[in-house]
Design a protein around this ligand. Structure first.
Ligand code: NDP
Length: 449
């Protein structure tokens, strides 16, 4: 995007790059925000005077620690653990934990930074944070996972708390890991509090939390389609990933009459021209959540095509949901999608679309929503889990789902309000400015924080 604020944006980015060298993902996330927030700040002098953006890109605190553990064979292992406590202006730090070999400070700072805006957009009192480890859970036994989680929480426990910092799951951290982490926190602190979200229903979890990110993304996409006089009925839908977010995107798309035709994992993608229906999705859930197998087994079972080491962006689809990981949809892929008539791209993952790909979508009038808006349903429902824990009550499935839907509609409206760009809505601009205002106002109100 070229605009008359380029010089200011470049000056700000030069300074940020200097202070955060070797952190490309973090720089990418900051740049995307700076491009839309800097022009907005120049019209609102109090933000500029308070130097808010420079303060926002500096984490309030970063914790790094050693995580020693041992394998079933008795080998001594060590990984690195992190918690980035980015911003607590509007509430306790909130954001997931990621266990993946690619985890490093750049990735966690980008995720924590995005989380600040996302959490603000939900309208709930949630600050932003993110954490995790470069631990690879793939192929590890339950006992090894337990050993790792206990060691990780032994150190993390001193930095978190239900009014301080409330982690949740992310890539590689699902209900099993949250259970092990919660158990260890309780043993160390001798208190049963809502210190983690995504908990099991038997010990303080919320109904709809597992479904929330995926359902929320589809509710958001539905709003975008409705605003443009379309809906999901009969639309073919490309989904990447086959984990938590992808599974529940698939489920809600089927419910709304769309036809999911692809899912993937880090080894490749399946293309099921006949559509993934409820029965087939059940197979995927069992394959991924219980057997912990690979997506190619779906192709073998249902006799559909499997593309090794490829992403599903070359297939014909009306709507795309990237739900695996950052930068998984590049410029080339965006051009392919446009060529094949894509109408709407909704990010389920965090920053899965590169800046060049976003530009392709904007230039071609493809509806595009950034993850900080469209995947906010997960953290919103985590916020609802925190409320239920504090009140010591449990809301029904319908109650939580209806609150989730209202929150997603609210976020969509915020994006529309702040994202006007001629006759179009620029959802990236809308989400950045809409998320920014509340945090910036709170920081100014609280003095020099
Ligand atoms: P899961 O671990 O449940 O699933 C991740 C999926 O993405 C798996 O299919 C995995 O394949 C695939 N994947 C992971 N890394 C890569 C990679 N480098 N290349 C290709 N595929 C990859 O994670 P979630 O579904 O929870 O998270 C997915 C995305 O959604 C992440 O960006 C996360 O930050 C974001 N998100 C998640 C939320 C949640 O509530 N869970 C909330 C908001 C955002 P494989 O099994 O082969 O590794």
């Amino acid at each position: 995007m070229v605009n008359k604020f380029d010089e200011q944006i470049q000056a700000f980015m030069r300074k940020t790059e200097l202070r955060n060298s070797n952190e490309p993902e973090f720089i990418q996330a900051v740049h995307e925000v700076a491009e839309t927030v800097i022009p907005f700040m120049t019209k609102n002098k109090s933000y500029k005077k308070a130097n808010i953006l420079e303060r926002l890109v500096e984490p309030e605190r970063v914790v790094m620690f050693r995580v020693p553990w041992f394998t079933d064979k008795g080998e001594y292992m060590v990984n690195r653990g992190y918690r980035v406590e980015m911003n607590s202006a509007i509430g306790p730090y909130k954001g997931g934990l990621r266990f993946h070999p690619s985890v490093n400070l750049s990735i966690l700072k980008f995720l924590a930074f995005e989380q600040v805006f996302k959490n603000s957009l939900t309208t709930l009192p949630l600050g932003g944070g993110k954490g995790g480890s470069d631990f690879n859970p793939k192929g590890r036994s339950d006992r090894e996972i337990l050993c790792f989680c206990q060691s990780f929480m032994t150190e993390l426990s001193r930095h978190i708390g239900s009014n301080t910092d409330v982690p949740a799951g992310d890539i590689g951290v699902g209900s099993r890991e949250i259970g092990y982490l919660f158990g260890q926190y309780k043993r160390i602190q001798n208190e049963f509090t809502g210190v983690l979200t995504g908990k099991g229903l038997s010990y303080g979890g919320s109904l709809i939390r597992p479904e929330a990110t995926g359902y929320g993304a589809v509710y958001f996409a539905h709003q975008m389609l409705l605003k443009n006089k379309m809906d999901f009925q009969g639309l073919s839908v490309a989904i990447s990933g086959s984990g938590n977010v992808a599974q529940f995107v698939c489920e809600k798309v089927i419910e709304l009459g769309g036809v999911p035709v692809s899912m993937s994992d880090s080894s490749g993608f399946i293309y099921d021209k006949n559509g993934i229906d409820t029965e087939k999705l059940k197979f995927i859930k069992k394959l991924k959540n219980i057997k912990r197998g690979r997506i190619k087994e779906y192709a073998a079972h249902y006799g559909c095509e499997y593309f090794k080491d490829k992403k599903p962006w070359g297939i014909k689809s009306d709507v795309a949901f990237p739900c695996a990981t950052q930068n998984e949809l590049d410029e080339e892929s965006a051009k392919e999608l446009v060529k094949n008539g894509i109408k709407c791209v909704t990010e389920g993952a965090n920053m899965p679309t590169t800046p060049q790909a976003i530009e392709v979508f904007h230039k071609n009038n493809v509806l595009f929503s950034p993850g900080k808006a469209s995947n906010a349903g997960g953290v919103a429902t985590s916020g609802l889990e925190m409320s239920q824990n504090s009140l010591r009550i449990s809301w029904t499935r319908e109650e939580v789902d209806s609150r989730l839907k209202d929150i997603m509609i609210g976020i969509h409206n915020t994006c529309v309000e702040f994202g006007k760009d001629g006759k179009q809505i620029n959802y990236v601009k809308g989400a950045n400015i809409g998320g920014f205002i509340k945090v910036a106002d709170a920081m100014i109100a609280q003095g020099h924080v």
